[in-house]
Design a protein around this ligand. Structure first.
Ligand SMILES: CC(C)(COP(=O)(O)OP(=O)(O)OC[C@H]1O[C@@H](n2cnc3c(N)ncnc32)[C@H](O)[C@@H]1OP(=O)(O)O)[C@@H](O)C(=O)NCCC(=O)NCCS
Length: 198
């Protein structure tokens, strides 16, 4: 397995490790009701800071995690994208799960998709994973659209109740998306073939 890079670069984005300067902007996005629409609660400053510490610990333990997402043009923190290990009680776990959360102003520019594609390439090429999954509430249309744009597929028979959300809570039900390494490679080959004809 190749050594973990501390950062990934795309055309417009830098996926990097977290710094102390990220705490205030990260807390601001976690306090935004629109960003937290599909989560049971908004996060306090202390909860938001603690989450950054969890992300850092995950990198240290597993060699991958949720990167801080920075706009290369302005060096502004716009959220996170990356992967973590899903170890909660679910039929597909343990699994490597991809995720994203962006500040409201950063929606609608394709940044989540751009960062997710770089994350998938890292997961399949560097970590040599066999599969990456994603999950969200059925009504989180924007997140599901990212999953679909990056080639993940959903089988309704795999919908599940998320064990970290209280049973009976309206956000408890989740949809599961999967992407296997072979399908990812096949998708890459197709887009390489299509590129010259555009
Ligand atoms: C989920 C989330 C990251 C999706 O953000 P998003 O901006 O909709 O997704 P993308 O960054 O891929 O951007 C896609 C949009 O940008 C548009 N776009 C504009 N310029 C673009 C470009 N240069 N390239 C690609 N897309 C572009 C696309 O057309 C698309 O627009 P649409 O929403 O009108 O269809 C965001 O809504 C979010 O952070 N939500 C809160 C947290 C959350 O729910 N996280 C997921 C929990 S499972």
């Amino acid at each position: 397995m190749a050594p973990t890079p501390s950062e990934l670069r795309t055309e417009r984005l830098l996926l990097r490790g977290w710094t102390a300067d990220d705490r205030a902007p990260y807390a601001a996005l976690n306090a935004d009701p629109q960003v937290r629409e599909f989560f049971p609660e908004r996060l306090t400053r202390a909860q938001s800071d603690a989450q950054i510490a969890v992300f850092q610990e995950h990198f240290a333990q597993h060699g991958f995690g949720m990167w801080a997402l920075e706009l290369r043009a302005s060096a502004e923190l716009i959220g996170f994208t990356g992967m973590d290990l899903a170890t909660y009680e679910a039929h597909f776990a343990p699994a490597v799960e991809i995720g994203w959360r962006l500040s409201r102003a950063a929606w609608g520019h394709g940044y989540a998709t751009e960062a997710a594609l770089a994350t998938l390439a890292f997961g399949f090429e560097q970590l040599e994973l066999n599969e990456i999954v994603a999950c969200t509430t059925p009504s989180n249309r924007r997140s599901r659209a990212v999953m679909e744009r990056i080639g993940m597929t959903h089988d309704p028979r795999e919908d599940f109740d998320h064990p970290e959300v209280a049973a009976g809570h309206p956000l408890c039900r989740h949809v599961l998306y999967r992407l296997g390494a072979d399908d990812w490679r096949a998708g890459r080959a197709t887009s390489r073939t299509e590129r010259p004809s555009r």
